[in-house]
Design a protein around this ligand. Structure first.
Ligand SMILES: Nc1ncnc2c1ncn2[C@@H]1O[C@H](COP(=O)(O)OP(=O)(O)OP(=O)(O)O)[C@@H](O)[C@H]1O
Length: 536
């Protein structure tokens, strides 16, 4: 992921590198000036001492400036990387949705919690390490210029410090993986129980909202504590080693000064450079701990953002453009648990109006999924224009079937956007004509903002039946040759339901399948074909 980030934003990376080298370099330069400043005070050259102190202050001011911008650019790069991941992931989700494989809870967990973990641990860890490497190199070079033994001592201490993250690497990966999976479980539980709050309310069981979810909260909270335990073991040990290393380098510099091998200014500066070096080493060990901790999320995101592709090629495009008939012969479907449903033979021609009835569990929904190409492992024969369904590309069915499902979603948006689904290619004339067909014109004209009125879960402008007609208008504007209505008019009153059915059945070119529980003779007379599943 980091390699990709650098490849995709090379210019930003160059700026960050320059700023990072400057920040670390300026700190080293200030420490080196300090040697001369200390020696000038020992030799009582007061004026020069104050000039050098001023120079140190100036260097630190520039250091503050470069450090500030290094951090800002790093954050910009981190957020740009997060955005790239979200974009690739959402593209994959849209492809998976074509095959009904999108899980809303998993999606929310990945684009919020997982990316936050990745940001806070893996990316922040990387940048901290990146900065520290320059600090380590520059302070080491400065120490070697003071005395080789100071450098040697520093190298030995650095190597010891670098071993700290190895102590807890595996535990950190596991604990971070646990946070992600526990958050996923919590989201699923919350989604399930908050969605059902109405059922809890009317059954005097609202208390279950907390009782059923609190264990999942606990599990997630505990997994954060577990992760902290693993991180802190390494951090505390690293901090102790860091202090011990500084004391050792300072003592060595003092010994060298007493034996006239270096000036006394070096003692002070060596202490500061050792502080810079071990500070950088200590932060880099913390960063390696963070990187280890976030590596399981990195692996997860790498696999989730690998491009998923679908074959969109349709060898029977001519047939898709000109639907003539659908034929069922000896058609049956068997679920994995052994439930088998057999369907009667039927020939449906273009413009036919087919009513599908049958008691609960007789296979009406399964038939919709077969007809619309969502289930393709059927037995027997199911043909479109005399060509077996299995030889079409499944995605083609999305272009010919419209589905008015039992439950649909109304977005928190305007009526117009809910019908056009924010697709600019539909003009307001087309939206108005769809509204008219769905028998919604009168209601919409009565609203002060008309088609611009906000609907959805945050607004109660429409009744259930009216919202159902908004969903129907989505089909009217798209003009597919075949419509499947799954008890789609059940939320309408009898009069309006009849009106909508009448309208749909009057459309000569539309091939219509309507699934219903209740057979009303008036409605029955509107259809020319009837599949009664109870007879099978
Ligand atoms: N995913 C599944 N796995 C196993 N069995 C299933 C699955 N979906 C449906 N079934 C079973 O297949 C049979 C037909 O189900 P289907 O949903 O098609 O009936 P239906 O006529 O639409 O019912 P209803 O009117 O209650 O919606 C039922 O016995 C059901 O339990």
């Amino acid at each position: 992921m980091i390699k990709k980030m650098i490849q995709e934003h090379p210019f930003m990376m160059i700026i960050i590198t320059i700023l990072s080298i400057s920040t670390n370099g300026l700190e080293t330069v200030a420490n080196l000036i300090l040697i001369t400043a200390t020696n000038t005070i020992i030799s009582r050259k007061t004026a020069l001492f104050f000039i050098l102190s001023g120079a140190i202050l100036l260097v630190y001011l520039i250091h503050w400036f470069t450090g500030y911008y290094a951090n800002i650019f790093e954050e910009k790069m981190i957020q740009a990387t997060n955005h790239d991941i979200r974009k690739k992931y959402m593209r994959n989700q849209m492809t998976l949705a074509l095959e009904d494989k999108l899980n809303p809870d998993d999606t929310i967990n990945v684009v919020t919690n997982d990316i936050l973990l990745f940001d806070q641990q893996y990316l922040k860890g990387f940048y901290k390490l990146f900065n520290c490497i320059f600090g380590i190199i520059l302070s080491s070079v400065a120490l070697i210029s003071l005395h080789w033994s100071l450098f040697l001592a520093s190298v030995i201490m650095t190597v010891l410090l670098m071993f700290v993250p190895k102590l807890v690497g595996k535990r950190l990966r596991t604990t971070t993986g646990n946070i992600s999976s526990n958050n996923d479980k919590l989201l699923k539980k919350l989604n399930d129980w908050t969605k059902g709050y109405h059922d809890l309310l009317w059954n005097n069981a609202l208390f279950q909202l907390w009782r059923k979810t609190h264990n999942s909260f606990h599990t997630l909270e505990n997994s954060y504590v577990d992760q902290k335990r693993a991180q802190q073991t390494a951090v505390q040990f690293g901090a102790f080693m860091n202090m011990a290393a500084q004391v050792a380098v300072n003592a060595l510099a003092g010994y060298l000064a007493i034996n006239n091998m270096v000036t006394f200014g070096v003692v002070m500066s060596a202490g500061n450079l050792a502080y810079q070096l071990f500070g950088a080493v200590s932060v880099s060990t913390d960063s390696i701990i963070l990187l280890q901790s976030g590596s399981s999320i990195n692996d997860k995101l790498v696999s989730l953002t690998k491009p998923v592709s679908v074959d969109r090629f349709e060898k029977h495009q001519d047939e898709i453009d000109n639907i003539k008939n659908i034929k069922l012969h000896n058609l049956s479907y068997e679920y994995k648990n052994g439930t088998k449903i057999k369907y009667p033979d039927i020939n449906v021609s273009k413009g036919d109006k087919v009513l599908i009835t049958g008691p609960s569990g007789s296979g009406k929904t399964t038939l919709i999924n077969l007809l619309s190409g969502r289930l393709n492992d059927y037995k027997g024969s199911l043909k479109l224009n005399n060509i077996e369904y299995s030889s079409f590309n499944n995605l083609s069915f999305l272009k010919i079937f419209g589905l008015q499902p039992q439950s649909y979603h109304i977005f928190n948006d305007t009526i117009a956007n809910n019908i056009a689904l924010s697709n600019d290619k539909y003009s307001s004339e087309q939206i108005n004509s769809a509204v008219k067909k769905a028998q919604l014109s009168e209601k919409i004209t009565s609203l002060s903002q008309g088609l611009k009125t906000l609907i959805g879960s945050e607004s109660e402008v429409f009744s259930g039946g009216e919202l159902q007609r908004v969903s129907l208008a989505r089909f009217f504007i798209r003009k597919r040759p075949i419509l499947i209505v799954d008890e789609g008019t059940s939320a309408l009153d009898k009069n309006n339901a009849y009106k909508v059915m009448n309208l749909l059945t009057q459309d000569k070119n539309l091939t219509l399948f309507v699934i219903t529980h209740s057979i009303d003779n008036d409605v029955l007379s509107l259809f020319n074909k009837h599949i009664n599943l109870s007879q099978e």
